[in-house]
Design a protein around this ligand. Sequence first.
Ligand SMILES: O=C(O)CCC(=O)C(=O)O
Ligand SMILES: [Fe+2]
Length: 486
Amino acid sequence: MQEQCPVSCKEDDCKDLHVRCPAWSQIKDNCVDNPDMRKYCGKSCNACEEQAAANATGSDEDDEDVMPCVDEHTNCRYWADKGMNENCARSCTACEKIKQRKTKEYPASTEELAVDTDVILEESASFGEKQVADGGERRQTIARVKATIDYMASEKFTKLSPAIKESCMNRNELCAFWAILGECEKNEAYMVIQCAPSCYSCHLIDISARCPVDADAVPGLEPGTLNKMFERIVETAPGNRTLTDEEREELKQNEMTEYTVEVISRPSDEPSTEVSAKNDKLPPWVVVFENFISDEECDEMIQLGYKHEYKRSADVGKLKFDGTHESIENSRRTSENAWCSGHLGCRNATVPTRLHNRMSKVLDIPADNGEDMQILKYEKGQFYRTHHDFIEHQVDRPCGPRILTFFLYLSDVEEGGGTNFPDLGITVEPKKGRALLWPSVYDSNPKKDDPRMRHQALPVKEGTKFAANSWIHLYDYQAAQKKGCH
Ligand SMILES: O=C(O)CCC(=O)C(=O)O
Ligand SMILES: [Fe+2]
């Protein structure tokens, strides 16, 4: 039928099933490769034939109640990185969840809103981006803007220091809208700074107010426990001894592999007895695990890297107004990396969770002390010049400094790509499933960086190197990251 009368089908039957179709279709890529959208918003997407074809094949009775999976705003691609998925279903790959939502949440009527709306929105421009209130949440958004104006006139704001007051602004036109969706709590690290007026959180721009250090927090390492930890890791490596059937079974149950541990460098053959800065002169620990990660786990991590997009790697840059640091591209680091973060659903996926738990068991340090894994991709010629993983400013942050690097090799490399410690004369070659563990700090003081642990990723000469960084902190990193305190 459709083939015989495409023109009349277009004219007669082509429909937008949702009041917001015209708006959605204006947003980049919503209509492109999106069967849902082309079906529900056939008219606005200029996809009348597809809509007719979909209807001809018989769709659910309930179709008119089902939300197409769309991005609600032009900036969704950008926000996806910030973990906002309620209104950016498409960019945030949250379509399945959104499918259940009903169109009825999106009434279109604007006339019923109060006449002073424009004045309120106009006033919001005095503390950052002028706020936008649209769609079904328009009324609530305007109420939030109104309440924000009151907050900005209250002592909670006016008593703050001039510098904080000056930095406190809504840095996006949708801050009020996000605030009413609960993003100030769900997406604290981003919102309390970037949308501080809408979140009533100007006082938290000051990093000392936002990120108090908990004097009772339990550290991952006490002075004098680093050496003991490495000694235990070597002694208990399952692949270094003959296992009973029960032990094998237990490893499987705990999702551990039968890894071996080889000592590349150690302070002394004698187990450490005393905690003393004079031991700091002894050689540092470097150990290599074989068969630490299974082939399937390696492959899955590489794929997760593609899913979350490998992008040019960056370093820690200048201090920003809110106490966090810029990330800067630099010619000393030419690899690409993807972050396997919790807010994008990567950290909590099966394999990353398993690997975090595995490392946590080996170290006997909580998995939450670990950063999200940074998955690396080096093509031929790419490298990371000599650097230290320790980040000085984190010593005074609730997460504490990086104390250990658990480095996972996810692929074999034809030639090159070794991890080299120039001060120690050590190079570890990449091998699929291998892991390399080294401390960034001293046994006697886990807050002090050991400069001998500088290292570099040598250029890949042939092939592609995939690997992952897992940086372990002295305290809970996940909690700190959530509050923008890392
Ligand atoms: O790729 C490597 O071998 C080391 C990478 C590294 O040191 C880093 O990313 O911090
Ligand atoms: Fe490094």
